[in-house]
Ligand binder design. Structure first.
Ligand code: NAD
Length: 479
């Protein structure tokens, strides 16, 4: 385990105090880490600036950058089990998620963007000007600040890091203070892969470290994933300084279940959409719109399936639902469940912390509320925990307006056996991603990001190459 910051190719304790990171399965402190000061952040940014312009990095051919990324992917894959256990220990997610999804997804992202390095082309454009030739080229931005959340610490970091490096930028990473450990281990892997010192730096700490990075004049771009509230602050700060910024923010995804849907088949997919990673998924389906003639049947079956899921420590291989990532998050979930009860929603299963041998950890029982109405706070605000709401509807025409009646627009799910209905709804819903008749899958090739208050910009695919480069227009006089 690495517990120091990684700056300019060296491991350092920084100049400030420390903070603890906890194992959410038992509340114990795993490690103490440096709280980066503004001066530590400055050192990291300056080393990234020097590396950005250095022959060792800027002078690499695209194929040489590709080789470094492929090497990093191989090293990460070789150490996949170690990364998965560390992620589970620090974040809480069951091994089935960390080993089966988070780490392999990170490996694939590194390989996917290694492939792009040699294909980042510009265009030649036929201008209506005599005797000139015109072409464009994509250039890296400079130092990019990558600020990440605690729900999928390694995977979300790599979504940013892989395209940032593939396009030739240098980065300063600020992982979430609740889950910093896999980012530091990844820095070790990148070091072993041969990235020159200063190309990748990792500073640890909380919001103050993040703010210092956002404010730093040497940072050209901030790529942030986290809450909408913090995203607004970062967007405003970056806007004032005219920095580039990408924001991947919160969500409150609807799952629209048309009257013709096969309820039994739908339950399984929706269980994963709603409760994966104990609901700590920005794209989690948490508002289930069900035809009122079938809403009771759906709610009852959903409650039965959710209530029978195996809750336990993530390192235990039989666990289906792990703890939530922090005590603060647990307290937020408790607050929202109380709000749901006081709003008059019908608690069908769960509703409290787990007891007995799980009482020391941050475990919350999977919870389903029935009879939820559109104006209830549990149906409008992001809870980010294992809390699902079932909202009956009478008229299919009200579905799209109700699904869109939220500030968020990250993801949506549509379940229908009628291809026309499914695709019509997919077009009508304001969301960056829509899954039809399937749980949430991700692939490095499929653009990812939010509409409305769920963010701006897209990660993955070619979109991320655009997000980490800018276009230069070059004219040549042919006369
Ligand atoms: P958060 O906004 O509290 O923190 C995210 C990161 O920002 C952390 O590293 C934190 O230290 C840092 N930070 C906090 N305040 C800051 C400030 N003022 N300036 C700079 N940095 C600051 O979010 P969280 O609680 O860690 O994560 C959960 C949120 O992330 C949820 O809202 C979830 O929906 C969202 N999320 C979105 C996506 C997506 O792809 N859209 C993916 C995962 C999570």
């Amino acid at each position: 385990m690495r517990t120091d910051m990684y700056i300019n190719g060296k491991w350092t304790g920084g100049g400030g105090t420390t903070f603890p990171t906890h194992n959410p399965a038992n509340g114990e402190i795993i490690a103490e880490l440096p709280e980066a000061t503004a001066s530590d952040v400055d050192t990291a940014v300056e080393s990234a600036r020097a590396a950005f312009g250095s022959p060792e990095w800027a002078g690499l051919l695209p194929s040489q950058r590709a080789r470094l990324l492929f090497k990093a992917a191989d090293l990460l894959e070789e150490r996949a089990a170690e990364f998965a256990r560390l992620e589970t220990t620090d974040q809480g997610q069951p091994l089935a998620i960390s080993a089966g999804f988070s780490v392999p997804n990170a490996v694939e992202h590194l390989r996917y963007y290694a492939g792009w390095t040699t294909k980042i082309t510009g265009v030649t454009t036929p201008l209506s000007v005599p005797d000139v030739d015109h072409r464009t080229r994509r250039e890296p931005l400079g130092v990019c600040g990558l600020i990440t959340p605690w729900n999928f610490p390694l995977m979300i970091l790599v979504w940013k890091l892989a395209p940032a490096l593939a396009t030739g930028n240098a980065v300063v990473v600020k992982p979430a203070e609740q889950t910093p450990l896999t980012a530091l281990l990844l820095a070790e892997v990148l070091d072993q892969a041969g990235f020159p010192p200063g190309v990748v730096n990792v500073v640890t700490g909380g919001p103050e470290a993040g703010k210092a990075l956002v404010r730093h004049p040497g940072v050209a771009k901030i790529s942030f994933t986290g809450s909408t509230a913090v995203g607004r602050e970062i967007g405003a700060e970056a806007g004032r300084a005219l920095k580039k910024v990408s924001l991947e923010l919160g969500g409150k995804a609807p799952s629209i279940i048309a009257a013709d849907a096969d309820i039994d088949a739908v339950i399984e997919g929706n269980l994963m959409s709603g409760l994966l990673n104990s609901g700590q998924v920005c794209a989690a389906a948490t508002r289930f719109y069900v035809d009122s003639s079938r809403a009771d049947e759906f709610a009852e079956k959903m409650a039965g399936a959710a209530g029978s899921m195996q809750l336990g420590p993530g390192l235990d291989e039989s666990t289906q639902l792990g703890p939530v990532a922090s005590l603060e998050q647990l307290e937020q979930i408790v607050r929202y469940v109380d709000i749901g009860k006081s709003e008059g929603a019908q608690l069908l299963t769960g509703g409290s912390r787990a007891e007995g041998h799980l009482a020391d950890g941050y475990f919350f029982q999977p919870t389903v509320f029935g009879g939820v109405s559109q104006d209830m706070r549990i149906a409008r605000e992001e809870i980010f925990g294992p809390v699902l709401t079932v909202l009956p509807y009478d008229d299919p025409e009200e579905l799209a307006p109700r699904a869109n009646d939220t500030e968020y627009g990250l993801a949506a799910y549509v379940w229908s056996r009628d291809i026309g209905t499914a695709n019509r709804l997919a077009h009508q819903v304001k969301a960056g991603t829509v899954w039809i008749n399937m749980p949430p899958l991700l692939d490095a090739g499929a653009p990812w990001g939010g509409m409305k208050s769920s963010g701006s910009g897209r990660e993955m695919g070619w979109d991320a190459i655009e997000a980490f480069t800018e276009v230069k227009s070059i004219w040549t006089n042919l006369a």
